[in-house]
Each structure stands twice: as structure tokens, then as C-alpha cells.
Design a protein around this ligand. Sequence first.
Ligand SMILES: Cc1cc2nc3c(=O)[nH]c(=O)nc-3n(C[C@H](O)[C@H](O)[C@H](O)COP(=O)(O)OP(=O)(O)OC[C@H]3O[C@@H](n4cnc5c(N)ncnc54)[C@H](O)[C@@H]3O)c2cc1C
Length: 464
Amino acid sequence: MSEQLGTQQRPLRVAIIGAGPSGFYAAGALQGKLKESGLHTSIDMFDKLIAPHGLVRYGVAPDHQKIKSVSKVYDLTANDANFRYFGNVEFGKDLTHAEMREMYDAIIYAVGAQSDRNLGVPGENLPNSFSATEFVAWYNSHPEYANFNPDLSVSSAVVVGVGNVAMDVARILAKSVEELKVSDIADHALADLANSNIKDVYILSRRGPAQVKFTPVEIKEFGELAVAEPVILPQEMQIDEVSAKLADADGEMRRNLVTMNAFAARHSEGKERRVHFRFLLSPVEILADADGKISGVKCEINKLVPNDDQSDMKAVGTGQFETIPAGLVMRSVGYKGSPLAGVPYDKRSGTIPNKEGRVTADGGVTVSGEYVVGWAKRGPSGVIGTNKPDSVATVVSLVADVGALTPATNPSRDAVVALLQSRNVRFVTQAEWKKIDAAELAAGKAQSRPRVKLVSPDDMLKVL
Ligand SMILES: Cc1cc2nc3c(=O)[nH]c(=O)nc-3n(C[C@H](O)[C@H](O)[C@H](O)COP(=O)(O)OP(=O)(O)OC[C@H]3O[C@@H](n4cnc5c(N)ncnc54)[C@H](O)[C@@H]3O)c2cc1C
């Protein structure tokens, strides 16, 4: 007879891969089951980076500090006696899928979306054409992007895309060093941005102002910058009938349009930098000069036509073109998951295929004992809070399955520690992370900043 999982004598052993919001919300939901239904769990969370919190630390913009305070909730989860953190441990490299299956009754993948989508146009691989993912990681002190060094000596930058990430990167390019230095932006990025020559940032949208993806707070900020002003061409604010109807029914869209109309009606204040919002333009080629340096982005001018069911408008090329001047091009057209060794992966959506959070293999067959949450489950959409109900839903599936799970063959809490030590993997515990965290906060306090982030793994480990 197989042992009963989830008792005090034999807690359910769960590995969570990824220490971002979705991983922590899953851990918190599992911990809550003790009170709710008496289920005992023992959770080990792994992250390939030393620092936990995923995109809260390495994605959320440094000038949006308040949002990062959500990490306090994650610390409460991490302080539970039956929770252990293993930072600096990469699934698929330091520990294999087969090894994890031996040590854990269930695995929850919370690995987010680690790569990004391309534009698929000629010139995309020219120097100084890159993804917002890379730029964001660079200014947020991600250890793998410390030497990314974009060339900011150019006068004009193009950002392709109109989501909140596009807004973040455009705002960081537009802000003065005084505005940025009070944040926890990476020191290397602050030094380069202080010498930036960029005067014009063009944000390109293939559809119209009623189809943008950013939220009202993000667009509003462009009207409040110290050295930059928003520019919108009044003729590009004309809205078709279908879009107007949609806007009537959508509060966010309405508020976005109010702000953008106000920007279009503004007279220039003569600020030294400008952020241009341009609509109905699809990049078709990134152009270079004779020296191979980016000189502009050739765009096809679009018009909007109703889609088949008349529910929205889609962009259709007109065969006419316009070139936007640029020395730097950043694409921000969506994040995308990367496959994990031994784990099913849907290439098309870039996610781990699943039914209600249960991982499924080819043909939709459920892989017993494996679950997925967050961006790895739904794709790269939604704010931090969106991950909470999503993780709770997956945990509901897991808990319903407990009686049917195949118990791990090597469930001892010591097994993973011994295995990592035998491989000389220097894993970082929650207590050790809190020491690094304290060192960063103290360094920040001395400079009247929220924190000064340590970048390289070596510098982090030195603190210990
Ligand atoms: C640039 C940017 C800015 C954003 N700003 C905001 C904002 O201001 N407000 C807001 O509410 N939302 C914001 N979001 C959205 C929010 O960050 C996401 O909803 C959320 O982080 C998704 O959580 P997740 O846990 O699925 O993924 P992630 O946060 O990406 O966490 C995944 C974790 O898995 C780890 N990992 C990956 N592969 C492995 C592996 N093989 N082994 C071990 N660990 C692994 C990663 O290191 C990472 O720590 C932003 C997103 C981006 C990209």
C-alpha cells in the first residue's frame, strides 16, 4: 500500500521551479491548505538566479518602486518553517527533471517567459537593434546583462510596441538622470543614461490609438516628465466608428484616449527631449548607413479595417511607406517562454501545455505530478496580481490529485542538499538572501535610494 501523502509524518514534497510572483503565490496557496484542510506540505523553491522575486526585481521599472513592495508578502511565505529557498540552482542544468521526480511528489513550474518575440524584418540583427527584454534586464541589474551596453550616443530611438513594457523603456530613455538616480536603477545604466544623447523617442503602433495595450497610468506619466514632453499628431487621433463604440464600453481605453487627445492638443513646452507616439505604422526594415549603423526604420503605413466578426479593427498595409529616423531600435512585441529539458513545451504559444494547471504531454495526456503557473502557464500577460488567482487555481488541481500521486522514491529533505553539494553547486538559502538584501538596502540608505543592487553573483556571494 502506498504511504499517505500530506500527513505530518509524510508531508507532500513539492518543488517549485522559479521564485517569481507565480511561484510564491503557489507556495502561499499550498501553505494555506494546512489550515483549510490539514494538508501538510514541505516546499522547496528553486531559482536559477541568486535573488528571488523574478520580474518584480528584474522587470518592474526602477522608478516604480511601490509595486516592488509586494515582495514583503513573498517574504512571509518564505519564512514558513516548511519552506526552503535554493537560489543559484538552475532546473535542467544543476538538477535534472528525472532527479527532481525522484525527490518530489509534485513539481510546479513557475519559470515565467524567458525570451522575446522578433519583428522578423530585415536589419533586425544590426548593432543597436535589440529587445526591450535585454534593455530592461540591463537597467535592472540582471547579472546576465551587466555588459549589454546599448549605444546611447545616437539622437533618436524607436520603440516598437505599445504595451506597458514599451512605456517603461521609453520613459527610462526620456527621464533625466536626476529623476532616475533616486531609484534602484543599475549603477552601470545610470552612468550610461547620464551621457545619453537621445532627444527623440518614437513609439510605434501598428494600429490606432484605440488599440493600444498600455494602461492609463503609464501613458499619463509622459505628461509629467522633467525634461521630456509627449508629441502626438492630431490627425492620428481620429477614431473610426467601430473603435469609438469599443472605447465607449471600455473604461481603460476611454481614459487612454482622453490622455492622448490632451497630448495631441498640447503646445510644445520646448523641452529638450520628445516622446512621439506614432500610429498605423508597421516596421518593414531597419535601415543602415554606409558604416552599418542604424539610420532609420522603414515602415508601411497601415489603415484599419474591421475584423471578420466586426469585434475589433485590424491593421492592413496601404503600400505606402514612411521612414522614422533612428540610431537605436528596441522591439517590445511580447515575451515568450523557453523550453525546459524533460518538460512538454508548446512552441507556438511559448508555454507549458496544461489543463487547469496540470501539465499535459502530446495528445493532451496529463503528466501526473507536474503543474504549471504564471507566465509559463498563460503566456506573458497580466500584472503581478493576475498571478495570484492563477496560482491558486493550479494548487486546487494539485490538491485534488494528492490521493492519486505516485510518491517520490527519495523524499528526504536532505536528498537535494546532498545532491547539490556533491556537484559543488553553491546554492543560496533564504537566510543568505536576506543578508544580501540587507546589504543592498543599507547601501541604498547611504545614498538616499531605495537600494543599490548588487549585480554579479560573485559580489552577492562576497556579502556572505
Ligand atoms: C519589463 C516588465 C515590467 C513589468 N512591470 C510590471 C508592473 O509594473 N506591475 C505589474 O503588476 N506587473 C508588471 N509586470 C508583469 C509581472 O512582472 C508578471 O506578471 C510576473 O512577474 C509573472 O510572474 P512569473 O512568476 O510567471 O514569472 P517571473 O517573474 O518571470 O519569474 C520566473 C522565475 O523563474 C526563474 N527561472 C526561469 N527558468 C528557470 C530554471 N530553468 N531554473 C530555475 N529558475 C528558473 C527566473 O529566474 C525567475 O525568477 C512586468 C513585466 C515585465 C516583463
